[in-house]
Ligand binder design. Structure first.
Ligand code: SF4
Length: 253
């Protein structure tokens, strides 16, 4: 296996040097090399999978936590079919909402959470319309969203990137996070939330919304199709020479 030009975390503790900072330029080089390798595999530019308005994307994202896409998509459709608009969800009783989203993980928590978040949006901007976020820079728009209890970095990035706002934000889901961790782009103790800022900082500041969306999608797809949670298929991975986890012995049996 070729010696990696990029930072790794696979050295035994006795030989391990101080961990490089995520702002080290070597991480940016490695992040770009990974992007360049995966783009042809997964077909960048990747079409957006949603064209929802920002509030609808917010609800969709809240439904999706720890839930398969098919289930959260079904719950979103059911919710929209049952309630004519999001104001009607605010006016509904929590058990009514919960009944419509029964297929997702933790519907008993998500039903009141969705209603509370919608109320907070309406209270803070006077309507259920988040189009004004498109006039803000990404950092300010994310801060505005994350000031609402129940909205974290993953949800704020999803609203800005996946909705019709199409803003240059980088979402990180559990697949993306796992692959980035195995590749050594983030440390083993960095959780999904804090990983958003680290992984975004490794990519060019002037990347477009499509570039960042592609980066998220290719790492997510790689996690779904090759770098599986339990048994990563390192034997057919195009990143094997860049990956300290492969060097440590992660192999398809
Ligand atoms: S080499 Fe293995 S552990 Fe590393 S990214 Fe590829 S599949 Fe994942």
């Amino acid at each position: 296996m070729p010696t990696s030009l990029f930072p790794t975390t696979s050295a035994p503790p006795s030989r391990r040097k101080a961990a490089p900072s995520p702002s080290d330029p070597a991480f940016a080089d490695k992040a770009l090399a990974i992007h360049a390798r995966l783009c042809p595999v997964y077909g960048c530019p990747i079409p957006y999978f949603h064209s929802l308005d920002p509030v609808s994307e917010l609800v969709s994202s809240l439904l999706s936590h720890r839930t398969r896409n098919a289930e959260s998509g079904r719950a979103f459709k059911t919710l929209r079919a049952r309630f004519p608009d999001w104001e009607s969800v605010i006016d509904a009783e929590v058990p009514e909402i919960q009944a419509e989203i029964a297929g997702v993980t933790w519907p008993e928590l998500k039903a009141p959470r969705i209603r509370e978040v919608l109320i907070a949006v309406r209270d803070r901007c006077g309507s259920l319309d988040l189009a004004f976020l498109g006039d803000m820079d990404v950092a300010a728009a994310r801060a505005w969203l994350e000031a609402i209890p129940g909205i974290g970095p993953k949800t704020s990035a999803a609203v800005l990137s996946f909705s019709t706002l199409r803003m240059p934000a980088l979402p990180v889901d559990s697949h993306h996070h796992r692959v980035a961790q195995r590749l050594g782009l983030i440390g083993p103790r960095i959780d999904v939330g804090p990983s958003h800022a680290i992984l975004r900082a490794q990519l060019p500041a002037d990347w477009s919304a499509q570039d960042l969306y592609d980066n998220h999608e290719i790492l997510m797809l790689h996690g779904q199709q090759v770098c599986h949670h339990r048994r990563p298929a390192c034997g057919r991975c195009v990143l094997v020479d860049l990956c300290p986890s492969a060097a440590a012995g992660a192999r398809e049996p």
